[in-house]
Ligand binder design. Sequence first.
Ligand code: GDP
Length: 396
Amino acid sequence: MGDQPGITRDRLHGAAEYRGRRFELIDTGGIVVDDAEYIPSQILKQARMALERAAHIVFLVDGRSEITAPDRDLARMLLRLGKPVSLAVNKADTGARESLAHDFYSLGIGDIFPVSAEHGIGVDALLEHVTAGFAETPEEERREDIKVAIIGRPNVGKSTLLNVLTGQDRVIVSPIAGTTRDSVDETIVRDGVSYTFVDTAGIRRKGKTKQMAEKLSVVMARRNIRMADVALVLLDASEGVLALDATIAGYAHEGGRGLIVCVNKWDLISEGKKTTFERDLRDHLKFLEYAPVLFLSAKTGVGVTRIFKSIREAYESATKRISTGELNRFVESLHFEERRIYYITQASVRPPTFVLFTNRTGPLHFSHVRYLTNQIRKRFGFIGTPIELKTKTKKD
Ligand code: GDP
């Protein structure tokens, strides 16, 4: 679907770990030495920075293509850097290609690894080789990582927000084909907490037509919610809440993850309209009453930093466990008369799910569910996460 030219192109990096060895992975995008015509100088500049910082360089070539002059130029350039260089020959999925890998020895890089990025073949050997000299990260230093999905309709500002949150403006659009990537995550560390934005390549991927872009936004939302701890549902303040926003928000709600509504492009809204906006929004997205709403402008940066605190709160809430003792003291303090609650326990997290053991069969009326979940929220401070309540009958 996204395999056409004109795809957003960028330098991506993320935290990676292999066998307890943590390292940072930087993807430079394509490099063609001395090709000022097609490759904006910015790409080269960024690639050079990445190469300077790197402890190991992996040169990835397409095993189904002949070696080209630019490949040779690049190989020479990389070898001159005096750092370990490995050659990964991609798409080497059939045995016949192994012989082709032979030709690649002429590039002068001794460590050659046939891989299939698509099928994951050969990747272990490559990683083992690349990370062999890296230090193992001590257990206590492996920090908690909050996975965040940015979801929303096309043009609400997802990629703009991602750029601000990751603190780097590194989106470069290139007319060259073959720059699509599968899911790529980007990690940043802020105040000792690490945040991984999932599928950032997808966030920047744009559909060709409006219809395609909209479909893509829903597909991505559904997939990325599953990969995330917290979803940022982005809206465009200048357009209000549209049906597609509600659909996407609905998936986020059903996904049971932490959830924050971010009203972007707040800079376009006049003072007078601001007061009614949240009321209208709550009206349109009634099922998200637990979600904090942040008003911000990804473009000017106003209101953006608060997102991190909200993400942490939502994450802590979505993964919080309340002991059965605490829960039962809480139940005793309630004046709940619809049925007798013998006891209550928390069965799971993400979303926090509570099981009530009561003296009556049949589901609770939704107004009672609402009352109880609201009480739980208030008492234990669950912010920005859905809560589930289940009832079970206990004989004695
Ligand atoms: P995406 O499709 O959701 O990734 O949206 P983009 O990040 O590509 O943004 C779509 C358009 O909205 C671009 O022209 C952005 O410059 C613009 N935009 C993004 N955030 C803001 C904002 O906070 N205020 C204003 N006025 N424009 C914005």
